[in-house]
Design a protein around this ligand. Structure first.
Ligand code: ZN
Length: 162
């Protein structure tokens, strides 16, 4: 399973709802965990591996258990924000400070097909919002001022050519 990188149109498309949480989806989640481990990421979404389904996996360093989010809805986002440096497995080598809500509430289904609602803050909230964006075809660069975004894309393209 390969990671799709910036420039691929799939990263710009909206992922589709998962109708049935079955063995195929569970196997996909396992593969996604493996990619996070391999590439030292903390989260990955379906579209990043070319699977246009509403699923993402989060595994924050230091936390034993990862979490699978299927058909997620962001229920609440705090007005309070924070700024933190983000990167993306689909845009290797590029990092930038992104402003996001500090606390969120999300509802989703896990790989067993059970619905859950949780509140998240700090890094976990940030990763969830970043991965949720991927399901909507949005990248972290889109949250930056245009001139900053253009500079980073230029930098990425240059590095890619080498
Ligand atoms: Zn990403």
């Amino acid at each position: 399973m390969d990671i799709i990188t910036l420039g691929d149109d799939l990263l710009r498309q909206k992922a589709k709802k998962i109708d049935k949480i079955d063995d195929e989806i569970r196997a996909l989640a396992v593969q996604m965990y493996e990619i996070i481990k391999r590439d030292k990421g903390i989260g990955i979404a379906g579209p990043q591996v070319g699977i246009m389904k509403r699923i993402f996996v989060v595994q924050i360093e230091g936390e034993e258990e990862g979490r699978v989010f299927i058909n997620p809805s962001i229920l609440e986002t705090s007005v309070t924000t924070n700024k933190y440096e983000e990167g993306c497995l689909s845009i290797p080598g590029i990092y930038a400070n992104v402003i996001r809500s500090e606390i969120i509430k999300i509802q989703a289904w896990n790989e067993k097909g059970r619905p859950f609602t949780m509140e998240a803050s700090g890094l976990l909230a940030r990763v969830i919002l970043h991965e949720y964006d991927h399901l909507e075809g949005v990248l972290f660069l889109d949250h930056l001022p245009e001139n900053k975004r253009e500079k980073l894309i230029e930098k990425y393209e240059k590095a890619k050519k080498k």
